[in-house]
Design a protein around this ligand. Sequence first.
Ligand SMILES: C[S@@+](CC[C@H](N)C(=O)[O-])C[C@H]1O[C@@H](n2cnc3c(N)ncnc32)[C@H](O)[C@@H]1O
Length: 303
Amino acid sequence: MPFQNNDTQAHPFIKWVGGKSQLLEEVHKALPADMDTRRHLTYVEPFVGGGAVLFWILRQYPHIEHAIINDINPELICTYRAIKTDVELLITELQTIQTEYLSLGADSRKEYFLEKRALFNAKDNSGNTTSALFIFLNRTCFNGLFRVNAKGQFNVPHGRYANPRICDAENLRAVSRLLQKVDIHCGDFAETGCYAGCNTLYYLDPPYRPITSTSSFTSYYRYGFNDADQIRLRDFCDEISKVGSMFIASNSDPKSMHPEENFFDTIYSRYTIKRVSATRMINSKPDRRGCISEIMISNVANI
Ligand SMILES: C[S@@+](CC[C@H](N)C(=O)[O-])C[C@H]1O[C@@H](n2cnc3c(N)ncnc32)[C@H](O)[C@@H]1O
């Protein structure tokens, strides 16, 4: 069963807006036809976020010997590095936080959350403490969002879950094992262009282009991601394609709201574009969440 998750398999250790767990089947269909037998393939994910595709692909294709991940969010990348290099220390810190938090009543939990949020925003913690705080805040904040204000400060309120799982030690260890063959970078996606080559596959999942003025969520990082960045990403696809790399990219489908909108069809006119349906949970109003279509763009023949 290719799309099954269970506790012994590494899966995302945080909730992440735009997480691709529900699109894995579409990503699977878009992969090169010889994916099972291709040797020495390098896999690159320049917008790794919660890593739903990364973990799935590394589990599904264990013969991938080398992968590179990148994201512009420094605390997220610090957490990937802590899991890779010292997962037991991170587990110990998380277990302490979990025991303290779960022993408190509702009001005290909120106070505890706000204290930890202030500590996280002070940004003078060790790498492991930053990572433990990052996971704790993600597990206990409203909707598991990571959102920052213009000063780069995490500002999501407390979430009031009855019994949040703050430390999933078994999954963290499974993730750590998988990350041993992964190089971890923090920066702009364009910096991963140096890995392009004829046996490299990129999965590109940038912040989606907003399809309505209220659906926008590009605040993973304080500088956002605008149309100029989307065009910069298209240029990046052109550059990596020229040297023989394969790519699959995801984005929103502006046509699902505005049939006359041709932004992606125009900028990616020389590639294949496929429309797929996906359930997105980002709208804060439950009645507005539902199936919208998204696009997958690729230079791989079988998309
Ligand atoms: C749609 S999310 C990726 C979600 C991921 N595929 C998953 O399954 O969780 C987009 C990611 O791009 C990152 N990002 C935003 N601007 C970036 C940039 N210029 N370069 C690299 N990463 C960026 C964000 O921090 C965010 O994690």
